[in-house]
Design a protein around this ligand. Structure first.
Ligand code: ZN
Ligand code: ZN
Length: 300
């Protein structure tokens, strides 16, 4: 199961009651943070997330509201005793940006590996058994959306194993996908498992204009986390010029991608009560939540 927490929901600058948009994803005792704007480490502490679990950071783009909190977070990681490697992924040029930020935290007790993902194309890597994919978005500078897919093992069927006379000591090995040979008979995993299970998919899309291929990237998400600067459609054109979306476009994306849930985030600081637009977006996509900071879910 994957624990997902939306650490903040703001765009552009942190507010007293709204931290900047950032995602905490935890699986198997390890955590991956996506984006780290000013104050993100305070929000992590407020939501009682364990910084010591963090081993990977993804950066969508190098606008300050998505990266300027990094030096403070790295110093706090050092203070909490981290000594193992931290990986940071981002767009072409992220190495230079992070080295600039590291000027103010030059001595850290852990190694940092910075990985520039392939430019202008979708690519994937594995983090903690989860397939992480990056997709170029359409913002005012280079920016990635990220998806996280956990492929799940089929359910183990003890009745099948018992019927075949397989000793319990082999069950775990078989459920892990390995065949075993017992009395010269080869037992394959499919002989002792029941129905297959669909993967768990989380998709994080900010900052971007709406474009049709977004739906393919977000296809069949269990949880789509997507930006919306304003709730009112009168801002569509102005936001398009700035490289952003409004709530109704995010709702449309959730419909077009066949997503199961939508969490809106990255609100303009000028939007004082985003929740007042929740019913409006639910008329487009019924499973919409106009998120608050700390919105969380466990996906099983
Ligand atoms: Zn932003
Ligand atoms: Zn931006």
């Amino acid at each position: 199961m994957i624990d997902v927490t939306l650490i903040g929901t703001g765009g552009m600058l942190p507010l007293p009651e709204r931290w900047l948009t950032s995602l905490w994803l935890e699986y198997n005792g390890k955590a991956c943070l996506t984006d780290c704007g000013e104050g993100t480490q305070i929000a992590i502490a407020q939501h009682k997330l364990k910084l010591s679990h963090l081993d990977t950071i993804l950066i969508t783009h190098t606008h300050a509201d998505h990266i300027s909190g990094l030096p403070g977070l790295l110093l706090s990681l050092g203070n909490c005793g981290k000594t193992d490697i931290l990986k940071i992924y981002g767009y072409k040029g992220i190495v230079r940006t992070i080295h600039s930020l590291l000027c103010i935290c030059p001595v850290l007790p852990f190694e940092i590996e910075i990985i520039e993902l392939p430019h202008n194309e979708t690519s994937s890597f594995i983090w903690n058994d989860i397939v992480v994919s990056s997709m170029p978005l359409d913002h005012s500078i280079d920016c990635f959306g990220y998806s996280f897919i956990l492929n799940r093992k089929p359910v183990f069927a003890p009745d099948k194993a018992k019927a075949l006379g397989i000793d319990v000591k082999y069950w775990k090995m078989l459920h892990s996908g390995n065949s075993v040979t017992i009395n010269n008979n080869i037992i394959t995993p499919d002989m002792v498992t029941a129905e297959s299970r669909s993967p768990i998919k989380v998709c994080y899309i900010t900052d971007t204009r709406y474009f049709d291929n977004l739906a393919d990237f977000a296809r069949d998400s269990d949880l789509l986390i997507c930006e919306g600067m304003y709730g009112d459609d009168e801002y569509i054109e102005k936001m398009r010029e700035k490289g952003h979306m409004v709530f109704s476009q995010s709702g449309k994306l959730a419909v077009n991608s066949n997503s199961k849930k939508l969490w809106l985030t990255h609100y303009s600081p000028a939007l004082s009560n985003p929740q007042e637009y929740e019913e409006f977006v639910r008329n487009i996509f019924s499973e919409t939540v106009v998120s608050d900071d700390g919105q969380s879910i466990t996906l099983k």
